[in-house]
Design a protein around this ligand. Structure first.
Ligand code: ATP
Ligand code: MG
Length: 245
């Protein structure tokens, strides 16, 4: 389980996260909504120690990543995570297959035949069975997103963190990604945390949703509670997002 207490992050004196408190239970699908630039990626990166907070704690199964120093200890915690980066963060010089196998090859101790098989299975799962040998530069935006997703799930992580999993995708592919997130959660029993401005996605996949606004949660609840929220900020965000689709 993930326990976040009074998480504070500032950039150049400006508060981005102003004291976030949140427990994410094992197996839960949690989504953080918010407009561009509110600190969603900062929040997600803090969970795996890519961003060092200015205050508070983040315990991952009891281990506080904000107080963990040394690459070895941080890697030990990070092994539990799959991370879908907002920018994809794929290696252009490697092909699709090699990108997915990358983490398995370097971070786990398995044979080549095994990691290639695993990478193949994950690519099949995201619908890229016949694209294994393509270069990253030969892929469309949606395909890149799916390669990044296959890589995030490659090592069967306990926690999956998704940064804007549907941005830049057509509605049909976005729906596939939405289904995939739910499937991963059910099949692999992972705990999923998505940060996104895609309200439709959040409402479809989540057990709970929060809306980030001015460094704090404007609301935190089930999709039903969010949809029916009387909070003006929440209503405006949800209504604007749905109307624009
Ligand atoms: N490394 C950094 N140094 C300084 N400022 C930063 C840094 N990273 C993010 N910021 C600032 O912090 C704020 C929040 O950024 P963040 O990327 O977390 O937002 P976001 O909610 O993920 O936005 P988007 O929806 O556009 O991805 C922004 O104003 C951004 O400019
Ligand atoms: Mg972001």
């Amino acid at each position: 389980m993930i326990e976040i207490r009074n998480l504070v992050k500032k950039y150049s004196g400006k508060t981005i996260l102003g004291g976030i408190n949140l427990d994410i239970k094992d197996g839960e699908i949690f989504s953080l909504l918010g407009p561009s630039g509110t600190g969603k990626s900062t929040f997600l990166k803090s969970i795996i120690g890519l961003v060092k907070p200015d205050g508070g704690s983040i315990k991952i199964d009891g281990a506080d990543i904000t107080k963990t120093f040394g690459e070895f200890e941080i890697q030990k915690i990070r092994k539990n995570f799959g991370y879908l980066f907002q920018e994809g963060a794929l290696f252009d010089s490697l092909n699709v297959w090699e990108n997915v196998a990358f983490g398995l090859r370097y971070l786990t101790d398995i044979k080549e035949s095994e990691y290639l098989k695993t990478a193949g299975e994950k690519l099949e799962l995201v619908g890229l069975k016949n694209s294994e040998n393509l270069k990253i530069s030969e892929l469309s935006g949606g395909m890149k997103k799916r390669v990044a997703l296959a890589r995030a799930i490659a090592a069967n992580p306990k926690y999956l963190l998704y940064d804007e999993p549907t941005t830049g995708l057509d509605p049909v592919t976005a729906e596939t990604v939405s289904e995939l997130i739910k499937e991963m959660s059910k099949k692999l029993k992972v705990t999923s945390i998505s940060v996104t401005h895609d309200v439709k996605l959040a409402l479809e996949i989540s057990d709970r949703i929060a809306l980030l606004n001015e460094g704090g949660f404007a609301c935190l609840g089930t999709p039903e509670e969010i949809k029916n929220s009387k909070n003006g900020i929440v209503k405006e965000f949800i209504e604007n997002s749905i109307c624009r689709k």
